[in-house]
Design a protein around this ligand. Structure first.
Ligand code: ATP
Ligand code: MG
Length: 188
């Protein structure tokens, strides 16, 4: 234990960089958005400012939105119109995505925002609603101390490469497959 502590202490002493991080939470398992909102709670607790941009969700009654949106230091943007298989209109989806990204660009250009959460952004890249290269350039050009969290399944390789911290949620079991509908407080 003593040897282990010396190794860990040395690693902590070496890690003295401070800069805005890009975190990606991807994979098919549950926990991507809720992890992002956990970091949001941490940030707000530390007196930081947080902006959330939700790209797919059209609904406005999730527990996280009700809880966070009126707190000081929070900006909350619902930029989606629901899932694409419900709308079935590609040109409209592309238009929605572009308008949404314009909002995200303003967040990524604002050094007063400490943490930007781009919830479910990966789908817009995966379905080519947005040009990945342009989106990554905007993220890379953000203020140097601003943190960004991107969530969503199927994160493209280029996004993973650009990111500092990447976690893949692996689906082992989900209650939905046993016929349980989305539960308040757990799923929404
Ligand atoms: P959460 O918001 O709970 O952290 P998530 O962001 O990882 O979930 P999404 O793909 O955004 O997952 O899906 C959101 C909703 O779908 C949540 O209600 C979540 O419980 C549910 N969900 C997530 N993963 C699965 C899965 N593997 N099977 C069925 N439903 C899932
Ligand atoms: Mg999610």
């Amino acid at each position: 234990m003593q040897r282990k502590k010396a190794v860990v202490d040395a690693a902590i002493a070496r890690a003295d960089d401070e800069r805005g991080l890009l975190l990606v939470l991807t994979g098919n398992g549950k926990g991507k958005s809720s992890s992002a909102f956990g970091m949001m709670a941490r940030s707000l607790g530390s007196g930081m400012t947080v902006a959330v941009a939700q790209f797919i969700k059209g609904r406005r009654d999730t527990g996280e939105e009700v809880f966070f949106r009126d707190l000081p230091g929070v900006a909350w943007h619902v930029l989606g119109e629901g899932f694409t298989w419900e709308t079935q209109n590609r040109s409209r989806d592309v238009e929605t995505a572009k308008c949404g990204w314009a909002v995200a660009q303003s967040l990524l250009a604002d050094p007063a925002i400490d943490l930007v959460i781009l919830d479910e952004l990966t789908y817009l890249l995966r379905y080519d609603y947005l040009k990945a290269e342009a989106v990554l350039a905007d993220i890379a050009a953000r203020p140097p101390l601003q943190h960004v969290v991107v969530t969503g399944r199927g994160a493209p390789e280029a996004l993973i490469e650009l990111a500092d911290t990447v976690t893949e949620m692996r689906d082992i079991k989900h209650a939905f497959r046993a016929g349980v509908k989305a539960q308040k407080g757990i799923d929404l």
